[in-house]
Design a protein around this ligand. Structure first.
Ligand code: HEC
Length: 128
């Protein structure tokens, strides 16, 4: 009767990393934050650096030389995937911009770029 027990243990061991990955909100899982929730997230987490309207005029924005999201010329040269990657990874080990990996899924970071950052308008506060 030894072999089945060992087999079971091996199966459980092999499955463990899978179940760890299947946390709620992982990419391709349950619907994540919608545009409204992402705007609220921006207002709470990003405004101090990127400014209420995304033009980088928040208290820390100018000091940190934040990107002006409301400048169509500047934004036109950027790729969604790269911007989303910055949101997830942060900049300079989180020292210049924090990483939001634990708070946003990949899909949410991309939606943050396409639905919030790219729709920023000068003088118009980003809010739910
Ligand atoms: C501590 C300040 C800080 C916070 C908080 C912050 N950022 Fe940033 N972010 C920066 C700085 C500084 C840059 C670099 C701007 C540049 O390269 O011109 C940047 C760059 C970015 C970029 C890439 C711009 C580019 O052109 O490559 C995106 C997208 C971005 N931030 C989105 C966000 C979002 C979304 C949040 C909130 C979830 C956020 N940031 C929170 C400081 C911050």
């Amino acid at each position: 009767m030894r072999t089945p027990l060992i087999f079971l243990a091996a199966v459980l061991w092999a499955l463990a990393p899978l179940s760890a990955q299947a946390s709620p909100g992982a990419p391709g899982q349950a619907p994540g934050k919608d545009a409204k929730a992402l705007r609220a997230f921006f207002a709470a987490e990003c405004v101090r650096c990127h400014g209420a309207d995304g033009s980088a005029l928040g208290p820390d924005g100018k000091r940190l030389k934040g990107q002006d999201f409301t400048n169509p010329k500047e934004m036109a040269e950027k790729q969604d995937a790269k911007l989303a990657n910055t949101v997830l990874k942060g900049i300079f080990f989180g020292k210049v911009m924090p990483s939001f990996k634990g708070k946003l899924t990949e899909a949410e970071a991309l939606a943050m770029v396409t639905e919030v950052v790219r729709k920023a308008e000068k003088g118009k506060a980003i809010q739910p």
